[in-house]
Design a protein around this ligand. Sequence first.
Ligand SMILES: Nc1ncnc2c1ncn2[C@@H]1O[C@H](COP(=O)(O)OP(=O)(O)OP(=O)(O)O)[C@@H](O)[C@H]1O
Ligand SMILES: [Mg+2]
Length: 376
Amino acid sequence: MTKPKEEKKIESLKGQIQKGKGVDIGTMFVKCAYKEGDEIVFKSQRNAFFEVEHTDFTKKILDNSKVKYIIKEDNLYVVGDEALQFANMFNKDTRRPLSKGVISPTEKEALPIIELLIKSVVGEPAHKPGGNGLPSNRQSHKPEGDGSASYCRSHKGEIVYFSVPGEPLDAEFNVLYHIKIVEGFLKTLGYTPKPINEGHAIILSELAEEDFTGIGLSFGGGMVNVCLSFMSVPIFKFSVAKSGDWIDQQVAMAVDETASRVSAIKESSLDLSKEGDLSKIESALSIYYNHLIEYVIENIKQEFAKARRLPRIANPISIILSGGTSLPKGFSGRFKQILDRLKLPIPVGSVRMASQPLRSVAKGALIAASADESKK
Ligand SMILES: Nc1ncnc2c1ncn2[C@@H]1O[C@H](COP(=O)(O)OP(=O)(O)OP(=O)(O)O)[C@@H](O)[C@H]1O
Ligand SMILES: [Mg+2]
């Protein structure tokens, strides 16, 4: 029996890497999402580096174990997930190429490190322009100088959407420099890069059934990103430069602990639904979580007040919570309580966690890329 055309097409896509990728470039992690057949595959690396002593012997060992590193002016920096392992071994902290969601102005090695991290999670395009239209079906992660330069500078490469923070309301920097640098790295790899706001990516990932209308919130490491969208069109978007890192620092100062220890407790056992019988660190964490949520909601209210023409939204809107800082047990309950008290100027329906809170930005960026690719 012959199979219907559609079925044949689906079978022929099985296991193949589809065109279009989404990249989330966060203060703590760099993540990539792409489709293999019907499944979304995620790759991730810690956005961190650690300096180790530069000897030929160390270099050889790192080469043999395929650890990512760069050498700059005689210094050797281990990059990505392994940087954390090295830092733990030496009982020190890693350094970060990003600060508050954008390229760190104070880390002079930030650029080559981010470039290497992007390359390691995104790889090269599985689809090269001018080919036979079929994917090579392999995610290649070739080292530099592999002869792929012939299509490197093409602007018709596979589309990659990469996340960018909204303009910060409370910090003195703009995101243009960051966008241009990341765009350059992706172009060099052979992609056609396009920026997408981090909050907007969450809407695309989570609100398909609500016509992409609602508020997407990403509580990350360096910042909180917010986007109000109506029928997939962003009405306002912004960021605040306070989030998980800020909580760690404030709590550390308040209780005279290191930020790393506070962060470890926060990530492993914080329960925001617990009332009473809290340790000193837990109660300080609870206080700063309250402050952060209030601060974000107050800023959303101000953006509503500033927006002159708001669309008439007939139904109560949904609010999606995502990002590492939203992970503690009881976070959404705490958010709802504070929202009930502070209130938004429009009716709110469901307030819920994203289906995969650490992956929704990369997934939303992938959805945008796949939609663009299908129009090509
Ligand atoms: N289980 C957890 N409980 C509480 N906080 C957590 C948990 N896991 C991670 N975090 C915190 O989440 C933050 C990182 O979140 P995420 O991975 O979403 O950030 P990012 O996207 O890299 O950063 P940004 O969006 O700010 O640029 C850190 O502050 C980390 O301590
Ligand atoms: Mg993020």
